[in-house]
Design a protein around this ligand. Sequence first.
Ligand code: SAH
Length: 396
Amino acid sequence: MSSKSIILKTGREKSVLHRHPWIFSGAVDQVNGSPQAGETVLVRNASGDLLGSAAFSPASQIRARMWTWDTEETIDEAFFQKRIEKALEFRKGVIPAGETDAYRLIHGESDGLPGLVVDLYGDWLVVQILSCGAEAHRETLVRLLEELIGIGNIYERSDVDVRQLEGLTDRTGVLHGVRPPDPLWIHENGVKFAVDLVKGQKTGFYLDQRANRHRVGQLAESRSVLNCFCYSGGFSLYALMGGAKDVISVDSSAEALNLARLNLQANSLPAQKAEWLQGDVFHVLREMRDRARKFDLIILDPPKFAHTAAQAEKAARGYKDINLLAFKLLNSGGILATFSCSGGVSADLFQKIVAGAALDAGVDARIIDLLRQGPDHSVALNFPEGAYLKGIICQV
Ligand code: SAH
């Protein structure tokens, strides 16, 4: 067991006792033994009582991430094996056989593995290492993933902004096996999607929206649909499968729209019902309002507007703007499916913003469904920050 340790300030052990995995710099009184970035340290309260073990992160405001609250447990290969096995076991219960061949296997803190994200895409694994604690154990983690999951093709996509906060630079490339094909095909609820694991957004696909795409698809029959921030056409394809009259899809990325067109073709869906628009949704919605365009179903699935709680206000203005415009573009009886993946914007706040947008647009709307990320993007009850995606389906 490590002899290096951090001592918390008096009274600052509460969140650790509640099994929250993050220890902020302001809670730390002393660091003993000069631990390196990512090294395991013992965590003690001000009286010296042992609370567990954590990964030390000298550069980050999150100064340490708890590996365990078990004061006997050592952070070694056997520890990581147990945690990975638990995560895999949980997925067996929440992903019905045949639903998809692409889903999240490990979701960081919520799976007891802070800073580690692993997504399965058919015969490939995509790994993201987001904290210096996980970084320090990268060889062990990659070897265990290969052994325990039995998939030999592992690609790294640690090209995410949060690594900078941990003092880490981007890393991408093959970790094991061969380079993924471009594109790789996945199958989700009977829909085929082309995924670019090397250059695509996130780890290649928005796996967290799987159940919500399905739900929205069920509401699309005979409706004219506007899908904003469409990426590779996820919601658009489900809407067409669900019998939509026509679908206009908007995204600013040409690469995303190329994938979307490929996906439409691969699923033998009628090209004349789908229009793909490259543009800025904020402008496109205004233009459509000025031309008095109307739709029966509008989807808003923007990128993260707030990375931290401090940016919530600016994010709120962005959400208000697009939701207000969308409400104005809906026919009577029309449906809005609106999402926020900003961790800094709570479900409560998001609902208030959408309510404010409806008020200013002069429409009455009722909630049909409240949505969240799929269960493979697990949320530990002791880590509410893990629940970042929220959605509201409402009808005017
Ligand atoms: N709904 C998609 C995921 C959307 S992710 C799915 O189910 O797969 C957000 C998308 O918004 C990205 O594809 C990004 O390229 C696009 N985007 C970001 N800012 C934009 C803007 N201002 N206007 C249009 N598209 C934007």
